[in-house]
Design a protein around this ligand. Structure first.
Ligand SMILES: Nc1ncnc2c1ncn2[C@@H]1O[C@H](COP(=O)(O)OP(=O)(O)OP(=O)(O)O)[C@@H](O)[C@H]1O
Length: 248
């Protein structure tokens, strides 16, 4: 079956079980969905509902037990580990709760790291432009310890974008930030989608964060149990979440 041109990520009946026999856990129980190019999606759900597993399977960091994941039409199941690593390097950007910058490197060295690892040539001006894009142009020579959490996350976003990825996966990107820094980081992600057509998939616990998205997917017990689209309010997200948490 062909993949629609405007789908960057597609999951088809993705199941992921861990362990066997009595100890078997079904983390994802037949998830089918797609993430459209140039949209900002949030994935929410109670603890243990399968959010991280979904993100890891979509990003080829974990392999589904059954089902298919396509990125830009490429079936990840057809790739070996090297193929997956290359596809991740070229097509995906990652942003984590803990920023994961290399502490010994400056902001500009952190941002250029993916290009160095890929053996790609680059000009310093490209790195400066990426830092300017996230509002960190004046901090190029600073190390992570000289930056606030919000600033470090901005640098991490510049690093995620430097290879021109098809999709950015963000795992609780504001989980370690205060409200003001969180809003800054979320506005930045929102802007990258709106102005540059970036595709972003974010796992979050925070209804305020999810409200920046175009679409919120709700997971419970490894299944998609609901969705909100457009004009999403934090209140609407919180009330859906409250419903899921009492149901569990
Ligand atoms: N490596 C593993 N081995 C065994 N079980 C696992 C493993 N990883 C996840 N699970 C189980 O799969 C289910 C889904 O886990 P997952 O981490 O995807 O949930 P989550 O929604 O991201 O949770 P949280 O919000 O607490 O991070 C849970 O029951 C979890 O215990």
């Amino acid at each position: 079956m062909a993949m629609a041109a405007n789908e960057t990520v597609r999951l088809r009946t993705v199941r992921r079980t861990y362990g066997t026999g009595d100890a078997a856990v079904t983390a994802l129980d037949g998830v089918t969905t797609s993430f459209q190019t140039g949209t900002f999606s949030a994935v929410m759900g109670p603890s243990g509902s399968g959010k991280s597993t979904l993100l890891h399977c979509a990003a080829g960091l974990d392999r589904p037990t059954e089902g298919t994941v396509l990125i830009d039409g490429t079936d990840l199941g057809t790739l070996d580990e090297t193929g997956l690593t290359l596809l991740r390097r070229e097509r995906m950007g990652f942003v984590f709760q803990a920023f994961n910058l290399v502490s010994a490197l400056t902001a500009e060295q952190n941002v250029s790291l993916p290009l160095r690892l890929a053996g790609r040539r680059f000009e310093p001006v490209e790195i400066r432009a990426a830092l300017a894009e996230v509002g960190m142009a004046d901090r190029a020579r600073h190390r992570p310890s000289q930056m606030s959490g919000g600033e470090q996350q901005r640098v991490a976003i510049a690093r995620a974008l430097i290879s021109g990825p098809s999709v950015v996966f963000a795992d609780e990107p504001t989980g370690a930030l205060d409200t003001t820094s969180s809003r800054g980081v979320l506005s930045l992600l929102r802007d990258l989608v709106t102005r540059q057509g970036q595709t972003v998939i974010m796992v979050t616990h925070d209804p305020m964060a999810a409200a920046y998205a175009d679409r919120v997917l709700f997971l419970a017990d490894g299944r998609i149990v609901g969705e909100l689209r457009d004009e999403i309010s934090a209140e609407a997200v919180a009330s859906r979440m409250a419903g899921l948490e009492t149901a569990c």
